[in-house]
Design a protein around this ligand. Sequence first.
Ligand SMILES: Cc1cc2nc3c(=O)[nH]c(=O)nc-3n(C[C@H](O)[C@H](O)[C@H](O)COP(=O)(O)OP(=O)(O)OC[C@H]3O[C@@H](n4cnc5c(N)ncnc54)[C@H](O)[C@@H]3O)c2cc1C
Length: 456
Amino acid sequence: MPGTDRPGRIVVVGASLAGLRAAEALRDNGFTGELTLVGEEDRPPYDRPPLSKAVLLGRVRAADVTLPARRAVDARWRLGVRAEGVDLTHRTVLLAGGERLPYDRLLIATGTRARPWPHPGEAALHGVLALRTAADAALLSGLLDAGPRRVLVIGAGFTGSEIASACRGRGLDVTVVERGPAPLVGALGGTLGAFAAALQRAHGVDLRCGVTVTSLQGRDGRLVGAELSDGGRIEADVAVVCLGAVRNTEWLDGSGLAAGPRGLACDAGCRAFDMYGIVTDDVFVAGDVARFPHPLFEYQLLSLEHWGNAVAQAEVAAHNMISEGPRRRPHLAVPAFWSSQFGLNIKSVGVPTFSDRVVIAQGSPAERRLVAVYGYRGRVTAAVSVNRAKSLEYYERLIESAAPFPPDPATTDRTVAPTPVPSDVPDPRQLSHGPTVALTGHLPDRRGLALVRRES
Ligand SMILES: Cc1cc2nc3c(=O)[nH]c(=O)nc-3n(C[C@H](O)[C@H](O)[C@H](O)COP(=O)(O)OP(=O)(O)OC[C@H]3O[C@@H](n4cnc5c(N)ncnc54)[C@H](O)[C@@H]3O)c2cc1C
Protein backbone atom coordinates (compact mmCIF):
# COMPACT_ATOMS: atom_id res chain seq x y z
CA MET A 1 0.00 0.00 0.00
CA PRO A 2 1.43 3.39 -0.90
CA GLY A 3 2.72 5.30 2.14
CA THR A 4 1.36 8.81 2.15
CA ASP A 5 1.41 9.21 5.92
CA ARG A 6 3.45 12.39 5.70
CA PRO A 7 2.49 14.90 2.99
CA GLY A 8 4.18 18.32 2.63
CA ARG A 9 7.22 19.71 0.83
CA ILE A 10 10.27 17.55 0.08
CA VAL A 11 13.60 18.98 -1.06
CA VAL A 12 16.31 16.71 -2.48
CA VAL A 13 19.83 18.16 -2.61
CA GLY A 14 22.00 16.33 -5.14
CA ALA A 15 20.33 15.63 -8.49
CA SER A 16 22.21 12.53 -9.61
CA LEU A 17 21.64 8.78 -9.22
CA ALA A 18 20.45 8.72 -5.58
CA GLY A 19 18.48 11.96 -5.91
CA LEU A 20 16.65 10.86 -9.05
CA ARG A 21 15.88 7.34 -7.82
CA ALA A 22 14.57 8.78 -4.52
CA ALA A 23 12.32 11.22 -6.39
CA GLU A 24 10.93 8.38 -8.50
CA ALA A 25 10.37 6.20 -5.43
CA LEU A 26 8.59 9.05 -3.62
CA ARG A 27 6.07 9.31 -6.46
CA ASP A 28 5.82 5.49 -6.77
CA ASN A 29 4.97 5.39 -3.05
CA GLY A 30 2.17 7.89 -3.50
CA PHE A 31 3.76 11.16 -2.43
CA THR A 32 1.69 13.94 -4.01
CA GLY A 33 3.24 16.96 -2.30
CA GLU A 34 5.71 19.52 -3.64
CA LEU A 35 9.05 18.01 -4.73
CA THR A 36 12.17 20.05 -5.56
CA LEU A 37 15.54 18.70 -6.73
CA VAL A 38 18.61 20.93 -6.36
CA GLY A 39 21.71 19.98 -8.32
CA GLU A 40 25.02 21.76 -8.73
CA GLU A 41 25.66 20.28 -12.17
CA ASP A 42 23.73 22.00 -14.92
CA ARG A 43 22.64 18.85 -16.76
CA PRO A 44 19.97 16.30 -15.84
CA PRO A 45 21.10 13.19 -13.93
CA TYR A 46 23.46 10.92 -15.85
CA ASP A 47 25.26 7.65 -15.28
CA ARG A 48 28.87 7.78 -14.06
CA PRO A 49 30.16 4.16 -14.47
CA PRO A 50 30.46 4.42 -18.30
CA LEU A 51 32.64 7.54 -17.93
CA SER A 52 35.75 5.47 -17.14
CA LYS A 53 34.82 2.63 -19.49
CA ALA A 54 32.71 2.99 -22.69
CA VAL A 55 33.25 6.78 -22.94
CA LEU A 56 37.06 6.55 -22.79
CA LEU A 57 37.02 3.70 -25.30
CA GLY A 58 35.16 6.02 -27.67
CA ARG A 59 32.02 3.83 -27.73
CA VAL A 60 29.69 6.43 -26.18
CA ARG A 61 30.00 10.21 -26.08
CA ALA A 62 30.09 11.76 -22.60
CA ALA A 63 27.16 13.94 -23.68
CA ASP A 64 25.05 10.84 -24.39
CA VAL A 65 25.49 9.08 -21.03
CA THR A 66 22.07 9.34 -19.45
CA LEU A 67 20.18 7.70 -16.63
CA PRO A 68 16.96 6.28 -17.99
CA ALA A 69 13.98 7.77 -16.13
CA ARG A 70 11.78 5.10 -14.55
CA ARG A 71 8.79 7.44 -14.42
CA ALA A 72 7.87 11.12 -14.52
CA VAL A 73 8.62 12.73 -11.16
CA ASP A 74 6.66 15.97 -11.47
CA ALA A 75 9.35 17.94 -9.67
CA ARG A 76 10.79 21.42 -9.73
CA TRP A 77 14.37 21.03 -11.00
CA ARG A 78 16.87 23.60 -9.77
CA LEU A 79 19.91 22.59 -11.83
CA GLY A 80 23.19 24.50 -11.91
CA VAL A 81 22.43 25.70 -8.37
CA ARG A 82 24.57 24.85 -5.35
CA ALA A 83 23.09 24.37 -1.90
CA GLU A 84 25.26 26.21 0.63
CA GLY A 85 23.70 25.38 3.96
CA VAL A 86 20.82 23.96 5.96
CA ASP A 87 18.95 25.60 8.81
CA LEU A 88 17.52 22.70 10.83
CA THR A 89 15.50 24.95 13.12
CA HIS A 90 13.66 26.83 10.38
CA ARG A 91 13.77 23.87 7.97
CA THR A 92 15.27 25.72 5.05
CA VAL A 93 18.02 24.99 2.53
CA LEU A 94 20.18 27.99 1.64
CA LEU A 95 20.95 28.20 -2.07
CA ALA A 96 23.87 30.02 -3.73
CA GLY A 97 22.60 33.54 -4.37
CA GLY A 98 20.81 33.72 -1.03
CA GLU A 99 17.44 32.10 -1.76
CA ARG A 100 16.01 29.93 1.06
CA LEU A 101 14.03 26.83 0.13
CA PRO A 102 11.62 25.66 2.84
CA TYR A 103 11.14 21.94 3.38
CA ASP A 104 9.18 19.56 5.57
CA ARG A 105 11.58 16.72 4.80
CA LEU A 106 15.03 16.98 3.26
CA LEU A 107 17.05 14.32 1.44
CA ILE A 108 20.80 14.87 1.21
CA ALA A 109 22.31 13.03 -1.77
CA THR A 110 25.35 15.15 -2.58
CA GLY A 111 27.70 12.23 -3.32
CA THR A 112 31.42 12.69 -3.70
CA ARG A 113 33.90 14.54 -5.89
CA ALA A 114 37.37 13.56 -7.09
CA ARG A 115 40.19 14.33 -4.66
CA PRO A 116 42.19 17.02 -6.47
CA TRP A 117 45.97 17.04 -7.05
CA PRO A 118 47.32 18.77 -3.91
CA HIS A 119 49.48 21.40 -5.68
CA PRO A 120 47.16 23.95 -7.36
CA GLY A 121 49.85 25.28 -9.72
CA GLU A 122 50.59 21.77 -11.02
CA ALA A 123 46.90 20.85 -11.11
CA ALA A 124 46.29 23.82 -13.43
CA LEU A 125 48.68 22.52 -16.12
CA HIS A 126 47.03 21.61 -19.42
CA GLY A 127 46.79 17.80 -19.48
CA VAL A 128 46.28 17.34 -15.73
CA LEU A 129 42.76 16.32 -14.69
CA ALA A 130 40.61 14.04 -12.53
CA LEU A 131 37.56 12.01 -13.58
CA ARG A 132 34.22 12.31 -11.81
CA THR A 133 31.82 14.19 -14.07
CA ALA A 134 30.69 13.91 -17.69
CA ALA A 135 32.58 17.15 -18.38
CA ASP A 136 35.79 15.55 -17.03
CA ALA A 137 35.20 12.49 -19.24
CA ALA A 138 34.65 14.66 -22.34
CA LEU A 139 37.89 16.51 -21.60
CA LEU A 140 39.87 13.31 -21.03
CA SER A 141 38.43 11.68 -24.17
CA GLY A 142 39.55 14.71 -26.17
CA LEU A 143 43.06 14.48 -24.74
CA LEU A 144 43.24 10.76 -25.54
CA ASP A 145 41.92 11.39 -29.09
CA ALA A 146 44.87 13.73 -29.63
CA GLY A 147 47.25 10.75 -29.23
CA PRO A 148 49.42 11.68 -26.25
CA ARG A 149 52.97 10.30 -26.07
CA ARG A 150 52.17 8.75 -22.67
CA VAL A 151 49.36 8.91 -20.13
CA LEU A 152 50.28 8.96 -16.45
CA VAL A 153 47.64 7.55 -14.10
CA ILE A 154 48.22 8.53 -10.48
CA GLY A 155 46.57 5.96 -8.19
CA ALA A 156 45.53 2.41 -9.05
CA GLY A 157 42.13 2.04 -7.39
CA PHE A 158 39.15 1.07 -9.55
CA THR A 159 38.94 4.36 -11.46
CA GLY A 160 42.70 4.52 -12.14
CA SER A 161 42.80 0.89 -13.23
CA GLU A 162 39.81 1.32 -15.56
CA ILE A 163 41.39 4.41 -17.12
CA ALA A 164 44.67 2.51 -17.64
CA SER A 165 42.68 -0.30 -19.24
CA ALA A 166 40.92 2.11 -21.62
CA CYS A 167 44.25 3.71 -22.57
CA ARG A 168 45.76 0.32 -23.41
CA GLY A 169 42.55 -0.51 -25.31
CA ARG A 170 43.30 2.54 -27.47
CA GLY A 171 46.91 1.46 -27.90
CA LEU A 172 48.26 4.35 -25.80
CA ASP A 173 51.37 4.06 -23.63
CA VAL A 174 50.40 4.35 -19.99
CA THR A 175 52.30 4.48 -16.70
CA VAL A 176 50.40 3.79 -13.48
CA VAL A 177 51.96 5.02 -10.24
CA GLU A 178 50.53 3.51 -7.06
CA ARG A 179 51.63 4.28 -3.50
CA GLY A 180 50.48 0.86 -2.20
CA PRO A 181 52.03 -2.52 -3.01
CA ALA A 182 49.63 -3.31 -5.90
CA PRO A 183 46.55 -2.02 -7.77
CA LEU A 184 43.16 -2.44 -6.03
CA VAL A 185 44.82 -3.41 -2.72
CA GLY A 186 42.84 -0.80 -0.78
CA ALA A 187 39.53 -2.33 -1.89
CA LEU A 188 40.32 -6.02 -2.44
CA GLY A 189 43.45 -6.81 -0.40
CA GLY A 190 46.74 -8.52 -1.26
CA THR A 191 45.69 -11.65 -3.19
CA LEU A 192 43.60 -9.90 -5.84
CA GLY A 193 46.02 -6.95 -5.74
CA ALA A 194 48.83 -9.26 -6.90
CA PHE A 195 46.49 -10.64 -9.57
CA ALA A 196 45.64 -7.11 -10.76
CA ALA A 197 49.32 -6.16 -10.92
CA ALA A 198 50.14 -9.17 -13.11
CA LEU A 199 47.11 -8.41 -15.28
CA GLN A 200 48.12 -4.79 -15.86
CA ARG A 201 51.70 -5.72 -16.73
CA ALA A 202 50.51 -8.46 -19.10
CA HIS A 203 48.50 -5.76 -20.90
CA GLY A 204 51.55 -3.56 -21.33
CA VAL A 205 50.97 -1.10 -18.48
CA ASP A 206 54.16 0.36 -17.03
CA LEU A 207 53.10 -0.21 -13.40
CA ARG A 208 55.15 1.34 -10.59
CA CYS A 209 54.05 0.31 -7.09
CA GLY A 210 55.34 1.47 -3.72
CA VAL A 211 56.10 4.82 -5.36
CA THR A 212 54.46 8.27 -5.30
CA VAL A 213 54.46 11.15 -7.75
CA THR A 214 56.33 13.97 -6.00
CA SER A 215 55.78 16.68 -8.62
CA LEU A 216 54.22 17.33 -12.00
CA GLN A 217 56.26 19.38 -14.41
CA GLY A 218 55.10 21.75 -17.08
CA ARG A 219 56.45 23.83 -19.94
CA ASP A 220 54.48 26.78 -21.33
CA GLY A 221 51.54 25.77 -19.14
CA ARG A 222 51.40 22.20 -20.45
CA LEU A 223 52.28 19.01 -18.61
CA VAL A 224 55.52 17.45 -19.81
CA GLY A 225 56.35 14.95 -17.10
CA ALA A 226 56.46 13.87 -13.47
CA GLU A 227 59.05 13.11 -10.84
CA LEU A 228 58.69 10.05 -8.63
CA SER A 229 59.67 9.36 -5.02
CA ASP A 230 62.16 6.67 -6.12
CA GLY A 231 64.09 9.24 -8.17
CA GLY A 232 62.46 8.14 -11.45
CA ARG A 233 61.05 10.52 -14.06
CA ILE A 234 58.19 9.97 -16.50
CA GLU A 235 57.57 11.94 -19.67
CA ALA A 236 53.84 12.31 -20.15
CA ASP A 237 51.48 14.88 -21.61
CA VAL A 238 48.34 13.67 -19.82
CA ALA A 239 48.10 12.90 -16.08
CA VAL A 240 44.88 11.58 -14.58
CA VAL A 241 44.66 12.12 -10.83
CA CYS A 242 42.88 9.10 -9.29
CA LEU A 243 43.44 9.69 -5.59
CA GLY A 244 39.98 8.64 -4.45
CA ALA A 245 36.85 10.57 -3.59
CA VAL A 246 36.00 13.37 -1.17
CA ARG A 247 32.50 13.41 0.36
CA ASN A 248 30.52 16.54 -0.49
CA THR A 249 29.73 17.54 3.09
CA GLU A 250 31.42 20.94 3.52
CA TRP A 251 28.20 22.74 2.65
CA LEU A 252 26.76 21.21 5.86
CA ASP A 253 29.43 22.77 8.12
CA GLY A 254 27.71 24.62 10.92
CA SER A 255 24.35 22.94 10.23
CA GLY A 256 24.59 20.77 13.35
CA LEU A 257 24.45 17.53 11.33
CA ALA A 258 26.97 14.69 11.85
CA ALA A 259 28.79 15.45 8.61
CA GLY A 260 32.53 15.00 8.16
CA PRO A 261 35.18 13.72 5.75
CA ARG A 262 33.69 10.20 5.79
CA GLY A 263 30.19 11.38 4.98
CA LEU A 264 26.95 12.21 6.76
CA ALA A 265 26.14 9.60 9.42
CA CYS A 266 22.63 8.17 9.55
CA ASP A 267 20.67 5.30 11.11
CA ALA A 268 19.65 2.16 9.25
CA GLY A 269 16.47 3.96 8.18
CA CYS A 270 18.55 6.69 6.39
CA ARG A 271 17.66 9.36 8.99
CA ALA A 272 20.63 11.69 9.46
CA PHE A 273 22.25 12.04 12.88
CA ASP A 274 22.89 15.45 14.31
CA MET A 275 26.39 16.13 15.60
CA TYR A 276 25.46 14.77 19.05
CA GLY A 277 24.51 11.43 17.53
CA ILE A 278 20.79 12.12 18.03
CA VAL A 279 18.71 11.02 15.08
CA THR A 280 16.76 13.68 13.18
CA ASP A 281 13.34 12.83 11.87
CA ASP A 282 13.10 15.14 8.89
CA VAL A 283 16.57 14.97 7.33
CA PHE A 284 17.48 11.85 5.38
CA VAL A 285 20.60 10.83 3.48
CA ALA A 286 21.33 8.39 0.64
CA GLY A 287 24.09 7.40 -1.78
CA ASP A 288 27.84 7.97 -1.71
CA VAL A 289 27.59 10.78 0.86
CA ALA A 290 25.92 8.53 3.47
CA ARG A 291 27.60 6.64 6.34
CA PHE A 292 25.25 4.00 7.61
CA PRO A 293 25.36 1.09 10.07
CA HIS A 294 25.04 -2.43 8.71
CA PRO A 295 24.27 -5.28 11.13
CA LEU A 296 26.23 -7.81 9.03
CA PHE A 297 29.38 -5.75 9.53
CA GLU A 298 29.15 -5.27 13.30
CA TYR A 299 27.03 -2.13 12.84
CA GLN A 300 30.12 -0.26 11.68
CA LEU A 301 29.26 2.86 9.72
CA LEU A 302 29.90 2.03 6.06
CA SER A 303 30.76 4.69 3.47
CA LEU A 304 30.32 3.09 0.06
CA GLU A 305 30.82 4.32 -3.49
CA HIS A 306 28.63 1.74 -5.19
CA TRP A 307 26.00 2.43 -7.83
CA GLY A 308 23.68 -0.30 -6.46
CA ASN A 309 23.90 1.03 -2.91
CA ALA A 310 22.94 4.53 -4.05
CA VAL A 311 19.78 3.14 -5.70
CA ALA A 312 18.77 0.81 -2.85
CA GLN A 313 19.40 3.40 -0.15
CA ALA A 314 17.53 6.10 -2.08
CA GLU A 315 14.51 3.82 -2.32
CA VAL A 316 14.53 3.09 1.42
CA ALA A 317 15.05 6.77 2.26
CA ALA A 318 12.13 7.77 0.02
CA HIS A 319 9.84 5.18 1.59
CA ASN A 320 10.77 6.26 5.12
CA MET A 321 10.43 9.98 4.34
CA ILE A 322 6.72 9.51 3.79
CA SER A 323 6.00 6.72 6.28
CA GLU A 324 5.33 6.90 10.00
CA GLY A 325 7.42 4.90 12.53
CA PRO A 326 6.24 1.29 12.37
CA ARG A 327 5.98 1.29 8.58
CA ARG A 328 9.58 2.36 8.09
CA ARG A 329 12.15 -0.01 6.62
CA PRO A 330 15.86 -0.57 7.28
CA HIS A 331 18.46 -0.31 4.51
CA LEU A 332 19.86 -3.82 4.68
CA ALA A 333 21.03 -4.54 1.13
CA VAL A 334 24.28 -6.51 0.88
CA PRO A 335 26.79 -4.09 -0.69
CA ALA A 336 27.69 -4.98 -4.30
CA PHE A 337 29.65 -3.38 -7.12
CA TRP A 338 31.22 -4.24 -10.47
CA SER A 339 34.10 -3.10 -12.63
CA SER A 340 35.31 -3.99 -16.09
CA GLN A 341 38.97 -3.68 -16.97
CA PHE A 342 41.51 -5.40 -19.23
CA GLY A 343 38.77 -7.57 -20.73
CA LEU A 344 37.66 -8.90 -17.34
CA ASN A 345 34.42 -8.50 -15.48
CA ILE A 346 35.00 -8.04 -11.73
CA LYS A 347 32.06 -8.23 -9.33
CA SER A 348 31.96 -7.97 -5.57
CA VAL A 349 29.37 -8.70 -2.87
CA GLY A 350 29.79 -7.93 0.82
CA VAL A 351 32.64 -5.80 2.14
CA PRO A 352 36.05 -7.26 1.19
CA THR A 353 37.86 -4.85 3.51
CA PHE A 354 35.88 -6.30 6.42
CA SER A 355 38.06 -9.41 6.48
CA ASP A 356 41.11 -11.06 7.94
CA ARG A 357 41.40 -14.05 5.58
CA VAL A 358 40.77 -14.75 1.91
CA VAL A 359 40.61 -17.95 -0.09
CA ILE A 360 40.40 -18.58 -3.82
CA ALA A 361 37.34 -20.81 -3.61
CA GLN A 362 36.82 -21.35 -7.34
CA GLY A 363 39.01 -21.05 -10.41
CA SER A 364 42.50 -19.54 -10.26
CA PRO A 365 44.43 -16.37 -11.15
CA ALA A 366 46.19 -18.30 -13.94
CA GLU A 367 42.81 -19.04 -15.60
CA ARG A 368 41.77 -15.36 -15.10
CA ARG A 369 38.51 -16.79 -13.86
CA LEU A 370 38.01 -17.10 -10.13
CA VAL A 371 36.01 -16.39 -7.01
CA ALA A 372 37.86 -15.08 -3.96
CA VAL A 373 35.91 -15.45 -0.70
CA TYR A 374 36.71 -13.24 2.28
CA GLY A 375 36.17 -14.11 5.93
CA TYR A 376 36.30 -12.29 9.22
CA ARG A 377 36.65 -14.14 12.51
CA GLY A 378 35.44 -17.36 10.95
CA ARG A 379 32.47 -16.19 8.91
CA VAL A 380 32.02 -15.24 5.26
CA THR A 381 31.89 -11.46 4.76
CA ALA A 382 32.54 -10.91 1.04
CA ALA A 383 33.21 -12.55 -2.31
CA VAL A 384 34.78 -11.18 -5.48
CA SER A 385 34.42 -12.87 -8.84
CA VAL A 386 36.54 -12.41 -11.93
CA ASN A 387 34.67 -13.52 -15.08
CA ARG A 388 32.57 -15.81 -12.89
CA ALA A 389 29.68 -13.62 -11.77
CA LYS A 390 27.10 -16.41 -11.79
CA SER A 391 28.49 -17.88 -8.56
CA LEU A 392 28.11 -14.65 -6.63
CA GLU A 393 24.46 -15.16 -5.75
CA TYR A 394 25.47 -18.28 -3.86
CA TYR A 395 28.13 -16.40 -1.89
CA GLU A 396 25.74 -13.56 -1.22
CA ARG A 397 23.51 -16.05 0.58
CA LEU A 398 26.51 -17.24 2.62
CA ILE A 399 27.25 -13.62 3.61
CA GLU A 400 23.60 -13.00 4.52
CA SER A 401 23.47 -16.10 6.70
CA ALA A 402 26.87 -15.47 8.41
CA ALA A 403 28.03 -18.87 7.08
CA PRO A 404 31.32 -20.25 8.39
CA PHE A 405 34.59 -19.32 6.70
CA PRO A 406 36.25 -20.93 4.81
CA PRO A 407 33.18 -22.08 2.89
CA ASP A 408 32.50 -25.81 2.80
CA PRO A 409 34.76 -27.44 0.15
CA ALA A 410 31.68 -29.22 -1.17
CA THR A 411 30.57 -25.84 -2.49
CA THR A 412 33.71 -25.31 -4.55
CA ASP A 413 34.90 -26.88 -7.77
CA ARG A 414 37.94 -28.35 -6.05
CA THR A 415 38.68 -31.86 -4.80
CA VAL A 416 41.22 -30.48 -2.29
CA ALA A 417 40.12 -27.65 -0.01
CA PRO A 418 42.04 -24.44 -0.84
CA THR A 419 44.01 -22.78 1.95
CA PRO A 420 42.97 -19.38 3.28
CA VAL A 421 45.68 -16.71 3.55
CA PRO A 422 45.67 -13.29 5.26
CA SER A 423 43.52 -10.89 3.27
CA ASP A 424 46.02 -8.01 3.64
CA VAL A 425 43.39 -5.31 3.46
CA PRO A 426 44.22 -1.91 4.98
CA ASP A 427 43.95 -2.04 8.78
CA PRO A 428 40.56 -0.49 9.64
CA ARG A 429 41.99 0.69 12.97
CA GLN A 430 44.35 3.03 11.15
CA LEU A 431 42.50 6.32 11.15
CA SER A 432 42.97 8.23 7.96
CA HIS A 433 41.26 11.44 9.02
CA GLY A 434 41.67 13.74 12.00
CA PRO A 435 38.87 14.23 14.53
CA THR A 436 35.94 16.23 13.26
CA VAL A 437 34.43 17.29 16.59
CA ALA A 438 35.67 18.32 20.02
CA LEU A 439 33.75 18.15 23.32
CA THR A 440 33.02 21.50 24.95
CA GLY A 441 31.62 22.57 28.32
CA HIS A 442 31.75 20.69 31.63
CA LEU A 443 28.35 20.88 33.35
CA PRO A 444 25.94 18.20 32.10
CA ASP A 445 23.49 20.77 30.69
CA ARG A 446 26.34 22.70 29.02
CA ARG A 447 28.07 19.72 27.48
CA GLY A 448 28.36 20.20 23.75
CA LEU A 449 30.39 19.61 20.62
CA ALA A 450 32.30 21.91 18.29
CA LEU A 451 33.27 21.02 14.74
CA VAL A 452 37.00 20.78 14.06
CA ARG A 453 37.80 20.65 10.36
CA ARG A 454 41.46 20.11 9.55
CA GLU A 455 42.82 20.56 6.06
CA SER A 456 43.89 17.13 4.72
C1 LIG B 1 34.19 7.29 -13.26
C2 LIG B 1 33.30 6.51 -12.34
C3 LIG B 1 33.09 5.15 -12.55
C4 LIG B 1 32.28 4.42 -11.67
N1 LIG B 1 32.11 3.08 -11.92
C5 LIG B 1 31.35 2.35 -11.06
C6 LIG B 1 31.17 0.96 -11.28
O1 LIG B 1 31.70 0.39 -12.23
N2 LIG B 1 30.40 0.27 -10.40
C7 LIG B 1 29.81 0.86 -9.31
O2 LIG B 1 29.12 0.18 -8.52
N3 LIG B 1 29.94 2.19 -9.09
C8 LIG B 1 30.71 2.94 -9.93
N4 LIG B 1 30.86 4.29 -9.73
C9 LIG B 1 30.22 4.90 -8.53
C10 LIG B 1 28.80 5.36 -8.81
O3 LIG B 1 28.74 6.14 -9.97
C11 LIG B 1 28.34 6.16 -7.59
O4 LIG B 1 28.19 5.22 -6.53
C12 LIG B 1 27.04 6.93 -7.81
O5 LIG B 1 27.20 7.92 -8.79
C13 LIG B 1 26.58 7.57 -6.50
O6 LIG B 1 25.46 8.35 -6.73
P1 LIG B 1 25.06 9.58 -5.79
O7 LIG B 1 23.81 10.13 -6.36
O8 LIG B 1 25.11 9.16 -4.37
O9 LIG B 1 26.26 10.62 -5.91
P2 LIG B 1 26.84 11.40 -7.18
O10 LIG B 1 26.65 10.61 -8.43
O11 LIG B 1 28.22 11.81 -6.79
O12 LIG B 1 25.93 12.71 -7.29
C14 LIG B 1 25.93 13.71 -6.34
C15 LIG B 1 25.40 14.97 -7.01
O13 LIG B 1 25.24 15.98 -6.03
C16 LIG B 1 25.71 17.22 -6.56
N5 LIG B 1 26.09 18.10 -5.45
C17 LIG B 1 27.16 17.97 -4.62
N6 LIG B 1 27.16 18.96 -3.71
C18 LIG B 1 26.07 19.73 -3.96
C19 LIG B 1 25.53 20.90 -3.36
N7 LIG B 1 26.10 21.46 -2.30
N8 LIG B 1 24.41 21.43 -3.89
C20 LIG B 1 23.79 20.84 -4.97
N9 LIG B 1 24.26 19.74 -5.57
C21 LIG B 1 25.38 19.18 -5.08
C22 LIG B 1 26.90 16.80 -7.41
O14 LIG B 1 27.23 17.83 -8.33
C23 LIG B 1 26.37 15.53 -8.06
O15 LIG B 1 25.68 15.81 -9.25
C24 LIG B 1 31.65 5.06 -10.57
C25 LIG B 1 31.86 6.43 -10.37
C26 LIG B 1 32.68 7.15 -11.23
C27 LIG B 1 32.90 8.63 -10.99
